[in-house]
Design a protein around this ligand. Structure first.
Ligand SMILES: Cc1cc2nc3c(=O)[nH]c(=O)nc-3n(C[C@H](O)[C@H](O)[C@H](O)COP(=O)(O)OP(=O)(O)OC[C@H]3O[C@@H](n4cnc5c(N)ncnc54)[C@H](O)[C@@H]3O)c2cc1C
Length: 412
């Protein structure tokens, strides 16, 4: 039986390898529209490829049913993914927040290992083969590529990714292919994208990084709270907490709701606890400048900016900080509006939120419920993980399930 995998990114390569391992007689071909295979793997994780995470659960993902995500992750969990790469000669090491990277710290090592394994298994991987149509026929599929060729297949796998970083070849056309085969699509938005801010307050802080708590209010109600490192940039904010927030901001806006993001520079503190700290500092260091005291907790440039924005003279000492000023400053430190205008969009997004609904696939096989013989894996599905190796894990796990299900179907 011939298996045609459309898209040779992380999910497509994983599917090909696991199918060919489980059924060596299968003819497995990957068609990819990009001129070079694996561009997204190469740029991932700052060119170091954050392959997975030490602990991955459904709670690290947003989008479709958590039950389905759990099922898929459990079939091929993170420790098995790490063992899979180790066996391919790519041992991983752990960094902060459980992120696993190749010991070489080069994403090229990960891509080369996957391609070498695919070659060993006689999987054919063809670049420059953009698929423009897939049609279901009586006894299989006909796949047409932009170069005018037509390919028959018993099984087709849609592994075309989402819309993020379209220059790598993932431009969302896979959703159209899915739609023509009967699938729906949850509206997509960028996810894991930096946030563009209105105004110019951020520009002076460019390059400053610190721990932050971001709170998203949707139509006035707290919807999401995320904590982590925030990086100020010339356009707004980036860093893990801003990237993780982007999908929530977009989803709220997509559904026509108001989305207000608020920033706390002192995560874990309440108004009372922070006021107590400030008062204890006043007693201990009455002659110290307020900015000097604040700079023991947050970067000095941020302390200065918040003091000025709170209407307090920069030369104010702790002893001379009036009660009203202190309270205004405390409120600003704990709850400053972050005027998000937009994210930087798909061109800068690491992943896509939305996609083909999870309830349109059979989670035990990743086979389409609406088009038998069609399998869907990776980012094309309505699942997006937070920053930290979770999106690749989704690609490996969904690829593992699809590969084994295809092999089983072929044997049957
Ligand atoms: C800058 C950046 C850094 C990232 N870093 C990390 C990280 O460190 N860790 C992590 O877990 N995740 C990371 N991600 C996310 C991760 O790369 C993706 O979630 C993952 O690559 C998705 O795999 P996929 O195979 O589903 O899709 P993709 O990797 O997007 O692959 C889809 C493939 O399909 C091909 N294709 C599309 N349409 C067609 C068509 N019509 N015909 C033929 N071929 C087609 C494309 O050319 C592409 O090669 C990062 C993403 C970006 C953009």
């Amino acid at each position: 039986m011939r298996v045609l995998i459309i898209g040779a990114g992380a999910a497509g390569l994983a599917t090909a390898i696991f199918a060919a391992r489980a059924a060596p007689d299968l003819e497995v071909r990957c068609l990819d529209g990009a001129s070079k295979i694996g561009a997204k793997i190469l740029v991932s994780g700052g060119s170091r490829c954050n392959v997975t995470n030490r602990i991955v659960t459904e709670r690290d993902f947003w989008g479709g049913s958590q039950r389905v995500v759990r099922h898929v992750l459990r079939a091929f969990p993170a420790d098995r993914a790490a063992a899979f790469f180790e066996a391919l000669g790519v041992p991983l090491h752990e960094e902060e927040d459980g992120k696993l990277f190749p010991d070489t710290n080069r994403s090229r090592t990960v891509l080369d290992a996957l391609l070498a394994e695919a070659r060993r298994l006689n999987v054919s991987i063809e670049a420059g083969r953009r698929v423009q149509s897939v049609s279901r026929e009586q006894d299989g599929f006909v796949v047409e590529t932009a170069d005018g060729e037509s390919h028959n297949a018993g099984v087709v796998v849609l592994a075309t990714g989402g819309r993020s970083l379209p220059k790598t070849g993932s431009d969302g056309f896979g959703y159209e292919l899915g739609r023509k085969l009967g699938h729906g699509c949850v509206d997509t938005t960028p996810a894991l994208a930096p946030l563009v801010l209105e105004g110019d307050r951020h520009a002076a802080l460019s390059g400053v990084s610190h721990d932050a708590l971001l709170t998203l209010r949707v139509d006035g109600t707290i919807a999401t709270r995320l904590e982590g490192a925030l990086l100020w940039t010339h356009f707004g904010v980036s860093g893990p907490v801003a990237l993780n927030m982007s999908r929530h901001w977009h989803r709220a806006r997509l559904s026509g709701q108001t989305a207000d993001v608020r920033l706390s520079l002192c995560p874990g503190e309440t108004f009372e606890s922070l006021e107590n700290w400030l008062l204890s500092q006043e007693r201990a260091r009455p002659k110290a400048l307020v900015s000097t005291v604040l700079a023991t907790r947050i970067p000095a440039s941020l302390a200065d900016a918040w003091i000025v924005a709170s209407g307090i003279d920069q030369g104010t000492t702790m002893a001379h900080l009036a009660k009203d000023d202190r309270r205004r400053l405390l409120h600003a430190l704990l709850d400053t509006p972050l005027p998000v205008a937009d994210s930087r969009g798909y061109a800068y997004a690491e992943v896509t939120s939305g996609g083909i609904p999870l309830d349109e696939i059979e989670p035990a096989t990743m086979q389409s419920r609406v088009c038998p013989g069609l399998f869907l894996v990776g980012e094309i599905l309505d699942v997006d993980g937070r920053l930290g190796g979770f999106n690749f894990q989704w690609a490996w796990s969904s690829g593992w399930i699809a590969g084994h299900a295809i092999a089983k179907a072929a044997r049957a």
